[in-house]
Design a protein. Structure first.
Ligand code: UT7
Length: 339
């Protein structure tokens, strides 16, 4: 028994922000952003769009790709939920017309897609669900200080979704071997300090003190994170390959989390995956956290570069710290461009 991928979809909000757009209000340049990160533009939420809207659009496309109108559970991986409580997944399920199915959110930042795949696979393996709609959705630019040049250029908004069903381990689309890990001792390398139970607003009932404005936004220590990202993704991807009994030469596509093109290339180089097998779309979307890997897969599948029978190695790393990798043989499914 295995969880098998049967549909995929993605959605980007229409508003594009180029590096030159950012350079009008930030002390930065197109050249710095492109050479240090690989990003040329990113999409951002505007006109009232938020995480739930992106998730509904991506979910609609994934259900269409799978050719189904009902599932047993909806899981949303997000680090930018609509609100602290409740989770956004029940609202997404309701808006998709999925009635009263099981629905919950999962928070694992940029590794959310890998943790979510494992969780959705677990729901299927336990017999709790026959089919799961799993969506990575982020409006994370709303949590980034747009006056901070060290973080504002890096992130983008979007959503990617997959539908999984119960099937056999030797079928194309079956989720293969996983590796998941974390290091909470380094949580402060990438964190939003305020908004949770530890740091509430000055008006909070228990009066936890005045929260400085900056604490409501993302804080990132880029350099040490970069080093951790390369080490952890490489190690994790190697472990997943070993568990799947795949050689590096078996990998047709390395689909790594798009945090920085230099990180993706460094991991691929460490592993010996040649450039032509490294999937990249960060130039168009930036870092979309939990939406990153499914948007990447959707892009490559929609334009026919990712084909049925090809072997894919997925890997991601992010806040927590947390990371994960998995192997997957691509199934014969339809994918449409994100628009
Ligand atoms: O999603 C998963 C978690 N996130 C990551 O894994 C991110 C990992 N880190 C990175 O991708 C990179 O560290 C960054 C892209 C964030 C930064 O690149 P970097 O090559 O590590 O640059 P840096 O932070 O060391 O900064 C180099 C210089 C500094 O100036 P000085 O001190 O050398 O004079 C910065 O102040 O670049 C400056 N700088 C900028 N200059 C122009 C920082 N941000 C900018 C900017 N425009 N936007």
């Amino acid at each position: 028994m295995a969880a098998v991928l049967m549909g995929i979809g993605g959605f980007l909000p229409p508003k594009a922000v180029t590096n030159d757009d950012l350079a009008r209000t930030l002390d930065t340049t197109d050249d710095w952003i492109r050479t240090r990160t690989g990003i040329r533009e990113r999409r951002v939420v505007a006109d009232g769009l938020s995480t739930g809207d992106l998730a509904v659009e991506a979910g609609t496309r994934a259900l269409r790709s799978a050719g189904v109108s009902a599932v047993d559970a909806v899981v949303v991986a997000t680090t930018s939920p609509e609100r602290l409580c409740p989770a956004v997944a029940p609202e997404v399920a309701s808006r998709l017309g999925l009635d009263t199915v099981a629905a919950f959110d999962l928070t694992s930042a940029c590794s959310g897609f890998l943790y979510g795949l494992a969780t959705a696979g677990g729901l299927i393996a336990s017999g709790t669900a026959e089919t799961v709609l799993f969506i990575g959705a982020e409006a994370f630019t709303t949590l980034v200080n747009q006056r901070d040049r060290t973080t504002a250029p890096i992130f983008g908004d979007g959503a990617g979704a997959v539908v999984l069903r119960r099937g056999e381990a030797d079928e194309p689309g079956a989720l293969g071997a996983f590796d998941l890990g974390s290091d909470g001792a380094l949580a402060d390398l990438l964190a939003i300090p305020a908004g949770g139970a530890r740091q509430r607003s000055a008006e909070g009932g228990l009066g936890h003190g005045t929260v400085p404005t900056d604490d409501w936004y993302l804080r990132m220590q880029g350099r040490p994170l970069y080093t951790q990202a390369v080490e952890r993704m490489t190690q994790s991807a190697r472990t997943a390959l070993k568990r799947a009994a795949w050689a590096v030469a078996d990998v047709d596509w390395f689909a790594g989390h798009q945090a920085n093109i230099r990180i993706v290339q460094a991991v691929a180089e460490e592993m010996g995956v040649p450039d032509e097998r490294v999937a990249v779309n960060i130039d168009q979307v930036g870092n979309t956290l939990a939406a990153s890997v499914p948007l990447l897969l959707n892009d490559y599948a929609a334009r026919g570069d990712l084909r049925a029978g090809q072997r894919v190695l997925l890997s991601a790393f992010g806040a927590g710290l947390s990371w994960g990798s998995a192997t997957l043989t691509w199934p014969d499914i339809k994918a449409e461009p994100v628009g």
